[in-house]
Design a protein around this ligand. Structure first.
Ligand SMILES: C[S@@+](CC[C@H](N)C(=O)[O-])C[C@H]1O[C@@H](n2cnc3c(N)ncnc32)[C@H](O)[C@@H]1O
Length: 373
């Protein structure tokens, strides 16, 4: 698997698309809105005091396609419109919407005309001039010239690795029966995933630091881990239940065992300590805020403080829809399209059984970073 070529969410806006199944990620964008608003306000003030004009370049990294993409843009525009920046007008906001080349950018572009009408109505005179451009490319490469971006935002993306660690991809070490770290994963595999996370996240910080203007900031939200034990991370359960569904298909003779053993996710959900350690080692950013919050697996279940799943069958179906929208392209490419419906039906049942026992939640890490310069 080549992440840059193969990773993308399910395209279009049909029943199984990411656009129609991204409420989980929407909830994180809404929850972290105060941090984003705060960062926009500070970056705008810094721009006004340094250069006398409130020109901002904002990039959303891993924007995907669907309502969430423009929700982020709308939140930034709202923050600029409501910013108490004295009499000085904002000259304009340039947005760059970044994702990997396989992303459905057309769906985003097609919704821009309607979005413009909605923002004009919502913000009226306070709406700053704004411009939107798509930017295909990996955020593990340089995307912008030196010192040209005011604010980076990224939500539900940085748990994706730039690649599957080489030794795992080449089959030098195997993670038999799994697709991610799970109870039976050998420690050699765990170490390789951890090393990949450290390399990727350090590189990401270095690249963004060079691209940020003086006073520039980042607001980053991604899946993390609350459990200290890496073999039983909360997200590991979610992938573990999908691997179980694949194992059932192996037993039925519909999937070759070797296919399962060679399917590995380019993914790692770190603990807060792991995140803080990489930021500190980089010596490039100050952490102005870091927090871990929890979100129910079922995107439709808004009872985040509750420990009981009221309708586990319904929740299983909802979770399976959400995960299918993220993973179907990778699954179909590796195993073939013909297993997809049955796989996610089985997965829904596995999730339902799990949620009856314990209401596991996603740990989500959000952090605000200020460039040190
Ligand atoms: C779960 S989606 C989140 C999308 C959106 N931010 C949201 O909150 O709904 C994760 C996105 O990250 C993108 N992504 C993953 N790795 C990436 C990389 N190296 N460079 C750019 N985008 C990446 C994926 O293609 C996908 O669209």
């Amino acid at each position: 698997m080549k992440v840059e070529q193969d990773l993308h969410m399910s395209r279009g806006d049909g029943e199984t698309s990411y656009a129609a199944n991204s409420r989980l990620q929407e909830k994180a964008i809404l929850r972290t809105r105060p941090l984003l608003q705060n960062a926009v306000g500070e970056v705008l003030q810094a721009s006004l005091s340094h250069s006398g004009h409130g020109k901002m370049v904002v990039a959303d990294l891993g924007c995907s396609s669907g309502p969430n993409t423009l929700l982020v843009v709308s939140q930034v525009l709202g923050a600029v419109a409501n910013c108490n920046c004295g009499e000085q007008p904002t000259t304009g906001v340039q947005f760059f919407l970044n994702d990997l080349p396989g992303n459905d950018f057309n769906l985003v572009f097609q919704s821009l005309e309607l979005f413009r009408k909605i923002t004009e109505k919502e913000f009226g005179e306070a709406l700053p001039p704004y411009y939107i451009a798509g930017l295909p490319g990996s955020f593990y490469t340089r995307l912008f010239p030196d010192r040209s971006v005011s604010l980076f935002h990224s939500s539900y993306c940085l748990m994706w690795r730039s690649k599957i660690p080489d030794e795992i991809a080449k089959g030098v070490v195997l993670n038999v029966g799994n697709m991610y770290i799970w109870e039976t994963t050998p420690s050699s595999v765990v170490k390789l995933y951890q090393k990949q996370f450290k390399e990727d996240f350090s590189l990401f910080l270095k690249l963004r630091y060079d691209e940020l203007v003086s006073g520039g900031q980042m607001v980053l939200t991604f899946l993390g881990r609350k459990n200290k034990g890496v073999l039983r991370g909360e997200v590991s359960y979610m992938w573990g239940l999908l691997a179980q569904a694949l194992q059932s298909l192996v037993q039925e003779g519909r999937v070759e065992e070797e296919k399962l053993n060679t399917f590995n996710l380019p993914f790692y959900s770190p603990s807060m300590d792991e995140v803080k350690a990489v930021v500190r080692q980089s010596e490039l950013f100050d952490i102005s805020h870091i927090q871990l919050f929890e979100s129910n697996w079922d995107p439709q279940d808004d009872m985040d403080d509750d420990d009981v799943t009221l309708d586990s069958v319904r929740s299983g179906i909802n979770v399976a829809r959400c995960i299918r929208a993220v993973l179907e392209p990778l699954i179909a490419r590796h195993f073939g399209r013909c297993i997809v419906d049955d796989l996610f039906d089985m997965y829904a049942q596995n999730v339902a059984r799990h949620l009856e026992q314990v209401k596991t939640k996603y740990p989500v890490i959000v952090l605000s970073l200020k460039a040190r310069r």
